[in-house]
Structure formats: C-alpha cells, structure tokens
Design a protein around this ligand. Structure first.
Ligand code: UDP
Ligand code: MG
Length: 313
C-alpha cells in the first residue's frame, strides 16, 4: 500500500484550518481503512509565512495526532513555492503526494479515485474541474480565457486543472530537476511526462475566510505562466516587423506617387518613406534579438531534456 502525503499550503488560514483538518483526518483514516493508503500516510501542512495563528494551530494538530505534520517557511514565499517545499519534503517519506488547497474548495471525496488511478499505474493524476459554477463570472471568464490563451501560445497545460493533483515518487524526483525560480507548477508537471490520468470533480466555495489570491497576484501569476513557458510573444514581434516592412513598401509607393503627382509638400516623401522603412527594420531587428534572448532564456532555465521512465538491463 502506498504511503500518501496530503500537501496543504496555508497562508493566513486560521479560520479554515480546524474544519479542514477534521475533514482531512476522516478522509485519511478512510483511505487507510479501505486499504488504499499505508498507515504511515500523513497530512503535511506548509505554513507559508502566515501572519496569523496558522502555525500555532498546525503545531496543535501535530501534538494531538501523529498523522499530521507541519513545515514552516521563513517568509511568505507564495503558493507555488510553498507547494514545492511541501512536495519536496513529502518526496523523502512518501510514495505519492497529493496537493490540495487549505480551503477545501477541491472536493476531497474524489481522493479515492486519485489513489485508484495511481494504483493503475499513473504517475501523475490531474484533478480537473467539471464546472465553474461556484466561481464569479469574472473569475470564470478570466481563468478560462487564460487556459485558452496558453494553449494558443503552445503551452501544454491541462484545461481547468489547477493544483489539485497526485504525483508519484518518480514524478516528484523528476520535478526536483526543474530548477527555475519563476515556478508555474501546472505548466511544469505535464513536461515531466510519465503516464497520467484525470479525475473530474466539482469545485465548491471556500469554506470560510477570503481568497489569498487577489487580482494583483492572479495577474502576476498568469504573466509568470506565459513568460515562463512560451517564447511566442517574441516571435510575434518578429512577425510584426516583417508585416510592417511589407506595409512600408505600400507607404513608400504612396509617398512616391504623391511626389510624382506633385501633391506632396517638398521633403515629405523622404520623411514618410524613411519612417516606414526604419520602423519595419527596427521591429524586425528587435525580433531577431528577441530570438536570441529566447534561446538564452531556455538555456538559463536548464530544464532537464528528458526523464527516464524505465531502463531494462
Ligand atoms: N496560499 C499560500 N501562499 C500564498 C497565497 C495562498 O500558500 O501566498 C495558499 C492558500 O492558503 C490556499 C491556496 O494557496 O491553501 C490557494 O489559495 P486561495 O484559496 O486563497 O486561492 P483561490 O482558491 O481563491 O484561487
Ligand atoms: Mg481557494
């Protein structure tokens, strides 16, 4: 039976933690009783530099029950980093880790299915939202637009999957080799490869408290996702440069015709022609420079080029 770790990042979650812990413990014990999880399975809370009593509460859980452990980060490192800290800690003790939010918006009833998929041989199991009824129109619209835009940019991300996922030991070990600082886990995990499965669930409202992802954080997270995974914006600049250069031919012709027809003020033709030409050439050059920057950027990230799944020897 696999040792399973629930990895739960918490940032100022004092209001919701008691209820979350109660429910997760019941769930964990059920998983153990039904033979899906080993007795050494744990719930791991990561305190992401909270300023309220979150850590005291986690310490309380730990002293009450040995199935609960805690990890305290020195400062608010952000959701993705807190998650990574938890996963890397879990990796040392567990066969697989399941990441979920502290507010239990992700339905924990489907955890059995996660484990079943894992036992069927999936190294990664993605939790995918059925519907987004519980989200506001704004959040639904922006989030789904984001997923579509990412697809357009050529990023391999799972539609409507956030950070509710199971990762087996191999996947966790591979994850460790992705050294990038701008972490966007839902983009990296599909890159790891391995056999994966999907579990569908309904996302509910936050139990209590308010979202720790205000609009500002959401936008910077989305930008991180785009700029960490796609060099397509740079290519768009090059294409724009080519387009403007081509258009400049028309502009120059127009200026010349005006000159010949005698409707142009003296000097105008030369100025207009050079503005078009120089503008196009400049954009094209920025695009070329951008192409090299894109290369530097992928080299600097030094992501692993492959992950080995099996070796028959
Ligand atoms: N979180 C975190 N660090 C942060 C912000 C959020 O660890 O800087 C955690 C938070 O405690 C929660 C999860 O990330 O467990 C998701 O946050 P939230 O539920 O507020 O986001 P939303 O569901 O509104 O997108
Ligand atoms: Mg939430």
């Amino acid at each position: 039976m696999p040792v399973i770790y629930f990895v739960v990042p918490c940032y100022n979650e004092e209001e919701v933690l008691p209820e979350t812990n109660r429910r997760l413990l019941i769930k964990l014990n059920r998983l153990i009783d039904s033979g899906r999880a080993d007795e050494k399975s744990r719930i791991l809370y990561i305190d992401d530099g909270s300023r309220d009593k979150t850590w005291d509460i986690i310490m309380g859980f730990h002293s009450e029950c040995e199935s609960v452990c805690g990890l305290k980060l020195a400062h608010n490192a952000g959701h993705q980093n807190a998650l990574l800290a938890g996963l890397m800690t879990a990796r040392e003790h567990a066969d697989c880790a399941i990441s979920l939010d502290a507010d239990l918006q992700d339905d924990i009833d489907v955890l059995d299915e996660f484990v079943d998929r894992y036992k069927e041989g999936c190294e990664v199991v993605y939790g995918v939202r059925n519907k987004r009824e519980s989200d506001t129109f704004f959040k639904r619209f922006t989030a789904q637009g984001f997923y579509k835009f990412m697809k357009y940019l050529g990023v391999d991300i799972i539609y409507n999957h956030a950070d509710y996922r199971l990762m087996g030991k191999n996947a966790l070990n591979a994850l460790q080799d992705y050294k990038e600082v701008n972490l966007f886990l839902r983009g990296i995990v599909p890159l790891i490869g391995y056999k994966s499965g999907v579990v569908y669930y309904n996302r509910s409202e936050r139990l209590v408290g308010e979202s720790k992802y205000p609009l500002k954080k959401m936008i910077s997270f989305a930008l991180d996702g785009i700029t960490s995974f796609s060099v397509k914006p740079l290519r768009i600049i090059s294409n724009l440069g080519i387009l403007i250069s081509l258009l400049s031919v028309v502009g120059i012709l127009y200026a010349l015709i005006s000159y010949i027809a005698g409707v142009a003020v003296p000097g105008w033709t030369a100025i207009v022609a050079s503005i078009w030409l120089i503008g196009g050439i400049q954009l094209l050059c920025i695009g070329v420079v951008g192409g090299y920057i894109g290369k530097i950027y992928s080299e600097v990230k030094s992501r692993p080029r492959y992950n080995i799944e099996e070796f028959l020897n």
